[in-house]
Structure formats: structure tokens, C-alpha cells
Design a protein around this ligand. Sequence first.
Ligand SMILES: CC(C)(COP(=O)(O)OP(=O)(O)OC[C@H]1O[C@@H](n2cnc3c(N)ncnc32)[C@H](O)[C@@H]1OP(=O)(O)O)[C@@H](O)C(=O)NCCC(=O)NCCS
Length: 391
Amino acid sequence: MVTYELPPCDSPNLALLHPTQEEKVKIWKLNGASWSGTMSLPVYIRREITLENQAFTKDGGITFWVLVDSSLPPNERPILGSCESLRKRALVARTGKLEDAVSHGIGSVFCNPDYRGRGYAQRMMDELGKKLNTWNQHNGKRTDFTVLYSDIGKRFYSRSGWEAFPSSHIALPPVSSEKETALSGARILRADDLDDLCSMDEKLLRADIVRDVPSNKVRVALIPDLETMQWHHAREEFAGKEMLGRMPDIKGAHADCEDGSQAWCIWTRTFGSTEAGNTLNILRFFIEGGNVRDESETKDDFTESSSIDQAKLHGIAAVLHAAQVEAASWDMKDVQIWNPSRLIVLAARQIEPSTELIHRADESIASLRWHGDPEDRAKVEWVGNEKYAWC
Ligand SMILES: CC(C)(COP(=O)(O)OP(=O)(O)OC[C@H]1O[C@@H](n2cnc3c(N)ncnc32)[C@H](O)[C@@H]1OP(=O)(O)O)[C@@H](O)C(=O)NCCC(=O)NCCS
């Protein structure tokens, strides 16, 4: 048997390359032990293959990366680290100027248990940062920003440039649909409803994000488009059908507010959690005329400020209530809304007065690397830092 001495993590032979199909399966077999939950390994591998063949991911939308010794041939080299990047449509707004951009979300960062603690994962992230500076960009453009969600605290990724951003959520309990309540006014959304809503959301986001950008700010957002939502839904539909024999076909809820504006949300469910239970996650919460966030929201200041608030709160509460009813019908432990705006927290407290904003310290830490001019890093404001941006 050939023995191979593992190289040091700073070896010049190490490179970030792409795995073969055989290597991808090897990686899924290993990382399935961490991430398959209650799914069997063959089902988990089929889910991963399903997810790489969505409109969002196929044709180069997803890129698989491996840290390997580049002097060794494919399929015979130890995989020292692995991860994925998913191409995402994005916006970058500066004073009076809005640009479309290509961003990336990073996921599935993994190191074989046999090779851990040798610095390979950190080296992989350093190499990935350099690759993503130009990956999938056109005409020599440099990437503006990329994102990831850390489940291992803030330090590891920040050392490679992905800095922690606000990562809070509120959780509401499931409620039974038996009673007609004052909050029953929302209508449910199905897959066919989402195209129009996502288009409207994008149109208004484009207008909102560039409005009154101060000269000391760069606002960035990932676009909450249909293909992004469909990728999340492919994940829940695969799991629902495989594990429960049931199709999760209600995708969100919509309500009209008293001022004639609309509020809606699009959600997805997690299945197969081995922990406390499954969650109905709000991917995107849209409030017409109420989506622009102000700085007070990061300071936990949730006082009502105007009659505009009052006119919208009932509609928002109706949408939240519909999510609670849906969570109950799937036996979920809660409904979670990431980085909720002030109006969402106020509406949630109308339903559940004890609703608290939870600031996560270790899990699902929204992290952003600014690839542009380092002088701009401190100016970055992440708009739409919601669950839809996760991957
Ligand atoms: C997380 C993981 C990729 C780290 O791989 P690794 O090759 O052992 O990491 P490195 O040796 O490059 O570690 C670099 C630094 O990160 C720290 N680190 C490693 N794993 C960590 C963890 N789980 N939590 C917090 N810090 C961690 C190390 O202590 C080290 O810090 P030091 O230099 O101050 O000692 C690996 O443990 C893994 O695959 N875990 C299971 C999957 C997972 O959790 N992935 C991350 C999802 S966000």
C-alpha cells in the first residue's frame, strides 16, 4: 500500500481545484455524517444531486471546490478540504448609482475528520477568497462581495475575510387553525404565485436600495429572485416527499394592509432535524413601503413611531399568523424570521407579547467578505439580510 505523507497547510503544492464526480460522491459520503440529519446516506446524496440541477445551480450556477495536493492525479488525491460556491444576482448601491453585480454564497465547508486540526480548512478559505475575487465575472470585473453562514462562530471565517453581520431572529410558536381569529385575513401563496411577487419585490428593492444612500455607505443586497426561492423549495420538497410522503405546496402568505399596501412572506421548512425539531423559516418578508431598514433596528428599538406603522401592522400580523398555522400543520416547533424589521417585531408582539429578538453567537452567523476597495469595507450595509440569502 502506498503511504502518503500529508503536506503542511502552507505547502505551495496545495491548490483549490474542482472535484471529479467520483470525488464529489466521496465528499457527500463523508459530510453526510454531519449534515444528513435523519435522512439515509443514499437519500442525502440524491438530494445533493437534485439541488445541483435546479435553475439556480445548473449551467455553472454552483461550483464545487476541493483543496488538494496539485501534484497528485484526480481520484487518487486525498481531499483535504471541500466547499461549494453558488452564484447569486446582487445589487451594489452608492450615492446616486446602482449596479447589478454577481456575488456568491459559500456553503458545505468541510474537512475530512482524519485531516482536521492541520489548518487545511483555513487555507481552503484563504484560497477561496482569492478565487472568488474574479470567479464568474465578466470583462475583468472584480467581485464586490460574497457571503456565507457560519455554524462555528465568528472567528474562523473572519480570519479569512468573511466578517460577521447582524444575525438575529424572532421565533413564534405554531398555532392551530381551528379558530377563526381576527388574524385570519391572509391568503396562502403557492408556487405559481411567486414569479409575480418576486418580480415586484426586485423592482421595489432596486428603487429602495439606491434611495438616499449617504456618501459614507455602500449598500449591497442579494436579489430575492424566483430562482433563489425555487432552490430552497426544491430542498424542502425533496425532503417532504422522501421522508413524509407529503408535498409542502403552500409557500407563503399575503395580506392587504389598511393603507392599501401589501405584505407577504415566502417560507420554507426544514425536515429531518436531529435536534429539538423542525422550523418553518421565513425566506423573505416583504412590506410595501416598509422594507427600508433604519439603524435603530440593530439597536433593538422597537417602538411604534407613526400612524403608517398602525396601518401596516394588522396585515403583517395576519401573514405571521398564517405562517404559524402552516407550522402547526407540519408539526414544526416554530416559525423563525431572520433579522426582522421593526414592523415585523411589533406585529409579532401583537400576536405574542413576549417575543424576543435573539442574537445568535455561534450558529447561522451571516458573514460577508468585501472583495472591493478595502477603504469601502467599513461602509458596507447589507440590505435584505434574510434567510433567502442562506445556502
Ligand atoms: C469546521 C472544519 C471545516 C474545520 O476544519 P479544520 O481543517 O480542522 O480547520 P483548521 O485546522 O483549518 O482550523 C483553523 C482554525 O479554526 C478553528 N476551528 C476549527 N474547527 C472549528 C470549529 N468547529 N469551531 C470553531 N473553531 C474551529 C481551529 O481551532 C483553528 O484555530 P487556531 O488556528 O486558533 O487553532 C471541520 O471541523 C469540519 O468539517 N467540521 C464539520 C462540518 C462543519 O461544521 N463545517 C462548517 C460549517 S459552517
